[in-house]
Structure formats: C-alpha cells, structure tokens
Design a protein around this ligand. Structure first.
Ligand SMILES: Nc1ncnc2c1ncn2[C@@H]1O[C@H](COP(=O)(O)OP(=O)(O)OP(=O)(O)O)[C@@H](O)[C@H]1O
Length: 272
C-alpha cells in the first residue's frame, strides 16, 4: 500500500486553464492523484471545482494545460477513451434508470463495460455471470438487501450508494466523486464516509465535497482551489495550519471552520 501511494500518479493535471468569457474558471490548476489515495479538492463556491472535474472527464476541453492518466496524455481524448483507460465518475442520480431496480442498474453498467449491446443475447436478468457481478458491486456499497427495489423508491443516500456501485461496475482505477454527500443528512453522510473509507487503497479517488468533516476524516491529501488556482496541496494537518487557506475560508465558508479549528484528525470525525 505504501508503495502504491508513492508510485507514479494515476492522474496528473498541469497548468490547466479554462475561461468562460471574462471568468477564469480554472487558472493554472496543478494536481495529482496517486494510486490508492483519497485526494480531496476543496474550495469556496465558484472556485472552479466542477469545471476542473468536467475537464478531467473530457466533458469540457481546457484552453491550455495538460491532463495525464497513468502517464498518458489524454488532454485531447474523448470522454469514452478516458473511461476505457480506467477513469470513472460517480453518476448523477438523474442518470440512474428510475424505473429499474438497483440490481438492474448495476447489470446495465456491467454490460456497458463489457461492450454488450442491449436487447441482444436474451434477457440480461437471466445471465448468471452478469447478475453475480452486479450483486458483488451492490454488496460492496451495502445495498444487497435493496437489490430488488426500484430506484424511484430508494432513499436519497441509497441512490448515492447505487451511483457508486454503477461507477464501480465499470472497474475504474481512478474515481472522480463530485459531492457524494450532497443533500444527505448526518446519518447518511456518516454511512457514505464509512463506505468511502472502506474503498481506500483500492482506487485513486479525487473527491470534491463541501462536507468538511467528511473531507478531513477521509483525505490523505487535500488541494485547495480559490478563484481557479490551486493555492495549496498538503495533508489535512498541513491544510489546517496553512495561513492562506484559513484566510480564503474565514468568513466565506463556515463549514470549514470547525475542521480548521481541530488539531488532530480524530477531532473532526463527526462522521465515523
Ligand atoms: N458554462 C459556464 N458558462 C459560464 N460560466 C461558467 C460556466 N461554468 C462555470 N462558470 C463559472 O466559472 C466559475 C467556476 O464555476 P464552478 O461551477 O466550476 O465552481 P465550483 O467550485 O464547482 O462551485 P460550487 O462549489 O458552487 O459548485 C464560476 O464563476 C462560474 O460562474
């Protein structure tokens, strides 16, 4: 594990810039994610986090700068090509099939990974290998007992767990998680924090999240984005102590203040 953490980064972003008119959404962003680490990306509203994630996925093209996956330059590659190289993203709830069960959604994702066309080769619900693999992913995210429930009837937190299972079914090496705790109550958030902690070491994870208790409980390293620039990257303790980070947040994002005030990671584990 220690070796994994110090190998070549799975993801390297250098000098990434993207402007929308006069707004410089990302302005020389540098960040890397190593195999097995959870690297959190934090920043005030409008800092450029979503724009950065879109560029890493290939949904938006940068004006300049470079993106490397496993040492390979993918700056101009299409989103599907990046996915094939092991880049996964947590899907938005709206992209789950609401009328299908949890199990069927994961089966569909496994089929997509295998390049199996829908509507061919009979009913996928009866394909034991497909279903077994989907069940394994549901078990990983703690949804085994809910496999036959339609997405529309799942609780909010369960839908977010299902998004993860759908993403994991593609067997990514690097996962981009865009606000997995969004809209969750304290209990759901604690459960998602436990789930992400259990995944640590198996995937490189770039985690964008406003829930600072979760970020400081989970992250190996944290990058801080302000006005499109990465102003600091370091361990949670280094981030807490950094004067520029404190200045960027104090008065702007109250959510970070308790996390910044804590002196040891144990003190911010409200979600464990
Ligand atoms: N498609 C777009 N067209 C114009 N401006 C945009 C577009 N997308 C983002 N922006 C602007 O770029 C800046 C960065 O936005 P972005 O959504 O990436 O920030 P963020 O850190 O994800 O914010 P939040 O935490 O609120 O989600 C903002 O000023 C935003 O208004």
């Amino acid at each position: 594990m220690a070796e994994q953490l110090h190998g070549q980064p799975l993801l390297r972003v250098t000098g990434l810039r993207k402007a929308f008119g006069a707004v410089q959404a990302t302005n020389n962003v540098n960040i890397d994610v190593r195999a097995g680490e959870i690297h959190a990306l934090i920043g005030p509203n409008g800092a450029g986090k979503s724009t950065l994630i879109s560029q890493i996925c290939g949904e938006q093209m940068p004006d300049s700068g470079s993106i490397f996956l496993d040492g390979r330059d993918v700056t101009s590659s299409a989103a599907f090509a990046r996915a094939r190289l092991g880049l996964g993203r947590s899907f938005q709830i709206t992209e789950l099939c609401a009328d299908f069960t949890a199990l069927e959604n994961v089966v569909l994702s496994v089929m997509l990974r295998k390049g199996r066309p829908f509507g061919c080769w009979g009913n996928p619900r009866h394909d034991e290998a497909l279903v077994a693999e989907a069940r394994t992913q549901l078990a990983h995210v703690g949804l085994s007992s809910r496999e036959q429930v339609a997405v529309a009837d799942l609780a909010h937190g369960e839908k977010r767990q299902l998004e993860l299972a759908v993403a994991l079914a593609r067997r990514p090496r690097l996962l981009l998680l865009d606000e997995p705790m969004a809209g969750m109550g304290a209990e759901e958030s604690a459960s998602m924090t436990r789930l992400l902690r259990s995944m640590k070491g198996y995937y490189g994870i770039l985690l964008v999240e406003h829930d600072m208790d979760a970020v400081f409980a989970l992250a190996d390293r944290i990058s801080v984005l302000v006005y499109g620039r990465t102003i600091f990257t370091g361990t949670p303790d280094e981030v807490r102590r950094h004067p520029e980070v404190r200045a960027a947040y104090l008065g702007e994002d109250h959510a970070l203040q308790p996390a910044l005030a804590a002196t040891t990671p144990g003190e911010v584990h409200a979600h464990t």
